[in-house]
Ligand binder design. Structure first.
Ligand code: PLP
Length: 435
């Protein structure tokens, strides 16, 4: 980049007034990039360069940027009303009715502004209805930034089995009731619940572990979790903040016929506006509507903000159109098949992984059922691959094991172009001289 780069000039200003120059270290691309516009699968930066977006706003953007139906809905509602924060809006009732109709566990729903808020509220509700203190979380999973769950994400081998907080400043007293167990291990969950009779409030799980890329839950594992939690009076929470709306209108639960007690949603529900959703059984959810004894407090100034509600409605309308999910899944399969063919041709120890429109490349071969299996990932190759694709103006996080996305706006041509670039990069990675 030249000294006249606007990207660099704005980044220099950012460094002075924003910690690290970015709203979180997870937004860094390894070089200063200031985005100035977004449309469908493409982004442009302040120096006029075009990028293909496989980050899709951490997965929120399922339709593609600035989808005309979402933009129109947000504009229309903004002409009528903005945040009121008292009484109710018919729009929020309509959205709730749509969600209750679509999501198997949802007898009632309530809204907040992010996925982290949704998981916080679901866990508080579970503690209230059970009286238990402990919650069970899986190694490698992510459920947001709050102290109950912000631990044991991408842990090092040495930290497996230990408390591994994601941040300084976390209160151990808030985290110590969170038990970490391996994904796909129902026996470990059952043993813990049996060791703490009547004191386990919830098991919280991503039904596909996308925070480790794409580790699938065995169907029998989810069925076992359902049976065990029911037998012991523990609340089963599916965290569908990634899987919800991205893989099916009714969440992943609608594809597998395992219905949790509560579920949390966010991200793709609006295709780009702030949202969190708690959904679940009426007898539990109604505690959020009580005052006085037994009340569970779920507040938030911006909850149900009209722009977000309008965006949910427009997004659901688009996703409900015939063939929408078929197209997303076909494109994901096409990309993964293409990557696997390249890997085979270039002789790299790697494999394409993913589900539907979520994808990534693992740099190891063999089965993976839980986080420990992913420690075989060749981090150096993974990072070289990611940096090379970012150099080719593809947008996503330069961090190992992080998932990438497709949106409804991606077409075969853009995927074919990406596959060509992946082929060139893999050829370089395979060449001994490139070591
Ligand atoms: N749950 C899951 C499964 C997530 O992947 C995330 C974010 O990536 C969250 C919760 C937190 O959502 P938010 O970033 O909207 O707070």
């Amino acid at each position: 980049m030249t000294s006249s780069s606007r990207n660099e000039a704005i980044a220099a200003r950012a460094e002075k007034v924003i910690p690290g120059g970015h709203l979180s270290p997870n937004r860094k691309l390894g070089r200063p990039v200031v985005f100035t516009d977004a449309s469908g699968p493409y982004l442009h930066d302040a120096d006029g360069q075009r990028y293909s977006d496989y980050h899709c706003a951490f997965g929120a953007n399922v339709l593609g940027h600035k989808h005309p139906a979402v933009v129109a809905a947000v504009k229309a509602v903004s002409d009528e009303i903005d945040l009121v924060g008292a009484g109710m809006l018919e729009l929020e009732v309509e959205v709730a009715e749509r969600l209750v109709a679509a999501i198997p566990c949802a007898e009632q729903v309530s809204f907040c502004s992010s996925g982290s808020e949704a998981t916080y509220h679901a866990l508080r509700l579970a503690r209230a209805v059970t009286g238990g203190r402990h919650i069970v979380k899986f190694q490698g999973g992510y459920h947001g930034w709050h102290d109950y769950v912000a631990m044991n994400g991408q842990s090092s081998r040495q930290m497996l089995g230990s408390y591994d907080p994601m941040s300084d400043g976390m209160l151990y007293d808030a985290a110590r009731y969170t038990k970490i167990v391996p994904y796909n291990d129902a026996g470990a969950v059952e043993a813990f619940i049996k060791q703490n009779p009547g004191d386990v409030a919830a098991v919280i799980i991503e039904p596909i572990a996308h925070n480790m890329g794409a580790v699938a839950a065995h169907l029998t594992f989810l069925q076992d979790l359902r049976r065990i939690t029911r037998e012991h009076g523990v609340v089963l929470i599916f965290d569908e903040v990634i899987t919800g709306f991205r893989h099916a209108l009714g969440g992943y639960q609608s594809l597998i016929d395992v219905t949790p007690d509560l579920a949390t949603f966010g991200k793709a529900a609006t295709s780009g506006y702030p949202i969190g959703i708690v959904a679940g059984r009426r007898d539990m959810m109604e505690r959020l509507g009580r005052t006085g004894e037994g009340a569970v407090f779920m507040g938030g100034t911006f909850n149900g903000t009209p722009a977000s509600m309008a965006a949910v409605k427009a997004t659901l309308d688009e996703l409900a159109k015939p063939g929408a999910y078929e197209r997303l899944f076909e494109l994901g399969d096409y990309l993964r098949t293409g990557i696997d063919a390249i890997i085979a041709r270039r002789g790299i120890r790697a494999q394409a992984a993913g589900f539907g429109s979520v994808w990534l490349v693992y740099f190891f071969q063999g089965a993976f059922n839980e986080y420990r299996d992913l420690l075989d990932n060749d981090t150096e190759l993974d990072m070289r691959f990611r940096r090379a694709l970012i150099d080719e103006r593809h947008v996503f996080q330069p961090a190992p094991l992080k998932r990438l996305y497709l949106s409804m706006s991606h077409r075969r041509e853009i995927v074919d172009d990406t596959l060509d670039r992946i082929d060139t990069i893999m050829a370089r990675l395979a060449a001994p001289a490139a070591a």
